[in-house]
Design a binder for this molecule. Structure first.
Ligand code: ZN
Length: 135
């Protein structure tokens, strides 16, 4: 599979402004980007910490994945994203291993990354995202 590091941790928040405030004022991180990802029905805020980012996710549609997640489980960690050099190869490997995937093919995520989600049933209740920096 050849994953290199944790690219980011996705955290579902009810209110992005309040989330940003906590990460900036309490934890002392700096929000460097805010981006709407229509495809996932979210507004995101990014913080860098070492090689890893924190991605806060606020739903922009109650029927979107984050809206549903918060309704069911409340705020909290939503997914862990691993960096892979070759997303297509990683997906192929997962398919060969019969892993349950949400995305059978890569799609475009925040920050222009190519991403794909594994089904949480395949990974002990954790939503795993693989992401690849486009060349
Ligand atoms: Zn993510």
């Amino acid at each position: 599979m050849n994953l290199s590091h944790i690219e980011h941790i996705g955290i579902a928040v009810k209110n992005l402004e309040e989330g940003i405030k906590f990460y900036e004022e309490v934890l002392g991180l700096k929000c460097y980007a805010i981006e709407v990802v229509e495809d996932q029905k979210v507004k995101t805020a990014f913080f860098q910490i070492g090689q890893t980012k924190i991605e806060l996710l606020e739903s922009i549609d109650p029927d979107g994945p984050i809206g549903k997640f918060i309704e069911k489980r409340g705020e909290g960690i939503h997914h862990i994203a691993f960096a892979t050099e070759k997303l297509n190869f990683s997906l192929k490997e997962l398919k060969e291993k019969g892993v349950n995937l949400i995305d059978k093919n890569p799609r475009r995520g925040a920050e222009g990354l190519n991403i794909a989600f594994l089904h949480p049933k395949a990974a002990h209740g954790v939503i795993i995202e693989l992401c690849e920096h486009p060349e």
